[in-house]
Design a protein around this ligand. Structure first.
Ligand code: 2NL
Length: 365
């Protein structure tokens, strides 16, 4: 039998199918269970072997070509449908985009990043440690034995229970224990800053029971006050982004440093805002304390397991919250921790505003 006519007819009807439904109907008509080509295949069973040898390949070839034609037509119809949809569905790029709520970086986080950046350039690594401390790391190792009056001055939050080793536990009152732990773990030489939360039972307009501190520590050979002075001057100039920062070092007392030095910077008042810069002795200027520091007390070096005749160093500490207020002009510390989004959207920073040394650090959002 000659299937050419059947084939021609099927192929031209498939080619002429105008939509997917019509094509599906044709597929059922030719290839479905009751389909015409399926019917031809069934006739093979009733043929003699010779007939089957003759007809089999022809019927199968017919089925192949119809199957292929249906698939090709299906592809063509589907891409035509997609083309039509793409042509019909235009996007109006002038429509306003839906508003995306966007958070901002808290000034304290921003300032901590800036401090890490400035000190990284001076070769300091960032060290962190637990906020729940034992009293040895928070006090004893820092030359504040049990009866030391400075312990009372710290307004410490103590936990009611001791730890499993019987040690009194507390919320760290400064980040110094981080430096003690770093010295014990890493030894000397060492150059680190320790930024983080600290806690004191104190609450008024200028004090919150939780605040942020950054301390710095350098331990090496032959370290002296000149290194301390240069480092703090370089840090303050980079942080405040001004070359006219003038420092005044005043003798002071901390149990963990000897000698101890308080660092003031000159400032003036502009539109009711403190602006750091110039000598505090210049007309219209005054001095303001920004840092406590000193040469690390040899007893502290010893407590950290190092030989104070071999290793010396300096340390310093300052309040991150106050540094942020001074640089970015906030006047109420308590607003830092109120979580008011209006305050944050005013004083917060863009998450993309990564501090860099070449581009300056910190531009308010
Ligand atoms: C301040 C003063 C200071 C330190 C912190 C320190 C740490 C170690 C050894 C010696 Cl491990 N000293 N830290 C030294 C001097 C001053 O902080 O006014 N902080 C807010």
């Amino acid at each position: 039998m000659d299937y050419a006519a059947t084939g021609q007819d099927a192929l031209s009807r498939i080619e002429g199918a105008g939509d997917l439904d019509t094509l599906e109907a044709l597929r059922v008509e030719f290839l479905g269970k009751q389909g015409s080509i399926s019917g031809l295949l069934k006739t093979l069973g009733k043929m003699t072997p010779d007939e089957r040898k003759e007809e089999g390949p022809r019927i199968h070839a017919l089925r192949e070509s119809v199957t292929g034609a249906i698939a090709a037509r299906k592809d063509a119809l589907e891409s035509a449908a997609l083309e039509a949809r793409l042509a019909a569905e235009t996007i109006d790029l002038s429509l306003p985009a839906p508003e995306t709520p966007r958070g901002s970086v808290h000034p304290i986080s921003q300032v901590m990043d800036e401090l890490a950046e400035v000190f990284a350039d001076l070769g300091f690594a960032v060290a962190t440690g637990p906020e729940i401390e034992d009293d040895w790391h928070n006090f004893t190792a820092l030359n504040m034995p049990e009866t030391h009056p400075a312990r009372a001055m710290h307004d410490t939050f103590y936990f009611p229970d001791r730890d499993e080793k019987g040690r009194e536990m507390l919320l760290r009152t400064h980040t110094s224990p981080v430096q003690i732990r770093s010295m014990i773990e890493k030894g000397a030489p060492i150059r680190i800053i320790a930024p983080g939360r600290v806690y004191r039972s104190d609450s008024d307009a200028t004090h919150t029971p939780m605040f942020h501190q950054v301390e710095g520590l350098v331990i090496d050979k032959g370290i002296h006050l000149g290194h301390l002075k240069w480092t703090l001057e370089t840090f303050l100039k980079a942080y405040f982004e001004r070359d006219d920062i003038v420092l005044r070092l005043r003798p002071s007392y901390f149990p963990f440093t000897e000698p101890s030095v308080e660092v003031d910077v000159g400032y003036s008042q502009e539109n009711g805002r403190r602006v750091v810069g110039g000598s505090g002795d210049a007309p219209g200027h005054a001095w303001m304390e920004v840092l406590g520091s000193g040469m690390v007390n040899r007893r502290v070096i010893e407590a950290a397991g190092l030989d104070p005749d071999e290793w010396q160093g300096f340390a310093f500490g300052t309040g991150v919250d106050r540094l942020a207020m001074l640089k970015y002009g906030m006047d109420d510390l308590r607003a830092f921790f109120d979580g008011d989004v209006r305050w944050l959207s005013h004083y917060g920073f863009s998450a993309m505003d990564v501090p860099t040394l070449s581009g300056g650090v910190g531009t308010p959002a």
